[in-house]
Unconditional design. Structure first.
Ligand SMILES: Cc1ncc(COP(=O)(O)O)c(C=O)c1O
Length: 467
């Protein structure tokens, strides 16, 4: 064996111990970790001939990069929709790397990783009050979950017309309806060959809402004259966490022929709390649902699940089957994840989720969701009370969308945000809501507490005084 590999094999315990201590140092000081950094661009990175071994590599990483790693999993990182990492999820994530499984099949000679994935999906369905008649699986993020679900929906439309799009490619126009699709859903339409522009916009309810206007949806359905269509609906729009009326959509499904997809990347977690589960009422009737795990489940990147009704499993297999690899056998005979989702190879993403769900249970996740909403509300109250700021929309759940009260031009909003983020104590990202430039603060991290809100509001006041 090559001598550095041999040395590292002998020193495995010492290597992991050192890495653990470095990781612990990050985690224990996470609330104090800076939330942004200025990095130099990389020029001329050459691979050394000899290698330096694990210990020296860790030392080099520490010297070169570690101090620049930002506290993205910390309590005041409110940009995008970025969750943190619960202690148990990190245990599971470490072990997922160590066991290095590739969950594919449940055959008797396979490994147990698919059973772990199936068991985790059951726990997730229970957490979200969804019935057992969904087939679920882990993918890298909500984008890939949307892709998986919409891929099966595309095959469904083809079959409704007697065509097999998976085999023969798309023929004719597809009818896609949506009110406020997340950008990732449009990216999926592009990746699926449908085209990101090729959807019909449904009107939203008036009065500052992002939810589907059911009357307009009815009108759009009538105009299709019975042609099958895909409806992309939202459990939590990214700007204002608005929810479509799932009970009304479920009723429409009784008399109309459509595939109903729900993007619940973060908003699906409303189902974890009796205070907010009315928002997801009726979502159990959907054909497919997207939920992100690296957001409100607070497991490490990257992780999300798709749920597709088991009655559509044949369509799902037609969409993703590896039909020309004889060594994989007949896809309809033995269940194999590689015939049900885009990736043929995946890490055991279910393990961090299984650890976290098992460790903290329904009560733990109820707390995580309710605490995040309380923190969003505290912050939202501050915006309402601050002369220089205003909400762009009412705070409905965990995302607060706000802007500068006088002169919310793009330049001024960006300058404000730049000053705020330069504090390195808080991080937020810009957005555009109904043609207004603004800022979105998303609360999904399990660690955020009232003391963090004090720090955030104090930094905001400094930034408003600065511009
Ligand atoms: C509603 C919604 N859908 C999809 C996504 C895409 O998620 P990911 O980045 O995990 O692919 C996001 C991310 O913020 C989201 O908020």
């Amino acid at each position: 064996m090559e001598h550095l590999l041999k040395e590292d094999l002998i020193n495995f315990e010492a290597l992991l111990e050192k890495a653990k201590l470095q990781g612990l140092d990050y985690l224990q000081h996470l609330p104090k970790r800076k939330t942004s950094t200025v990095v130099q661009s990389i020029t001329n990175a050459n691979l050394n001939e000899e290698g330096i071994g694990g210990l020296e590599t860790l030392a080099q990483f520490k010297e070169k990069w570690e101090s620049q790693i930002v506290g993205a999993s910390g309590p005041r990182y409110l940009g995008y929709v970025v969750g943190g990492t619960t202690p148990a999820s990190i245990m599971g994530d470490w072990l997922a790397s160590i066991y290095d499984q590739n969950p594919q099949t449940v055959s008797s000679q396979g490994d147990v990783s698919v059973q772990i994935e199936h068991a985790t999906i059951q726990l997730m369905l229970d957490l979200f009050q969804l019935p057992n008649d969904f087939l679920g699986g882990f993918v890298s993020g909500a984008t890939m979950s949307n892709f998986t679900c919409l891929g099966v929906a595309r095959q469904w439309i083809g079959k409704e017309r007697g065509l097999d799009f998976a085999k023969d490619g798309i023929q004719g126009d597809l009818n896609i309806l949506s009110a406020v699709p997340h950008s990732s859903a449009l990216k999926c339409l592009s990746m699926l060959g449908i085209g990101s522009k090729n959807y019909t916009l449904i009107e939203t309810i008036k009065e500052n809402r992002e939810a589907i206007d059911i009357q307009d949806l009815r009108r759009k359905i009538e105009s299709l004259n019975g042609a099958p269509f895909i409806l992309i609906s939202s459990a939590g729009t990214v700007n204002t966490a608005d929810f479509d009326d799932f009970k009304a959509i479920a009723e429409l499904k009784v008399n109309h022929n459509f595939w109903w997809h729900i993007d619940g990347a973060f908003g699906g977690f409303a189902a974890c709390s009796p205070k907010y589960d009315h928002l997801t009422e009726g979502w159990d009737k959907a054909d497919s649902i997207t939920v992100d795990c690296h957001k409100w489940l607070n497991v490490p990147y990257d992780s999300a699940v798709f749920f597709v009704r088991k009655q559509h499993s044949k369509l799902q297999m037609e969409t993703f089957q590896n039909s020309n690899a004889p060594y994989l056998g007949d896809p309809s005979e033995n269940f194999n994840y590689l015939n049900f989702l885009p990736e043929n190879s995946r890490r055991l993403r279910a393990l961090p989720a299984w650890f976290s769900l098992t460790a903290y249970g329904k009560k733990g996740y109820r707390y995580i969701v309710e605490n995040a909403v309380d923190m969003a509300q505290l912050f939202s109250n501050f915006i309402e009370e601050t002369e220089a700021l205003e909400l762009l929309a009412p705070t409905r759940l965990n995302n607060v969308c706000f802007t500068l009260k006088s002169d919310a031009s793009q330049a001024r909003v960006y300058a404000f945000l730049d000053t705020l983020n330069k504090s390195k104590l808080v991080y937020m990202t810009p957005t555009k809501y109904q043609n207004s430039f603004g800022i979105r603060a998303s609360f999904v991290n399990w660690r955020t507490n009232a003391a963090d809100i004090d720090i955030i509001t104090s930094e905001i006041l400094k930034a408003t005084a600065h511009i």
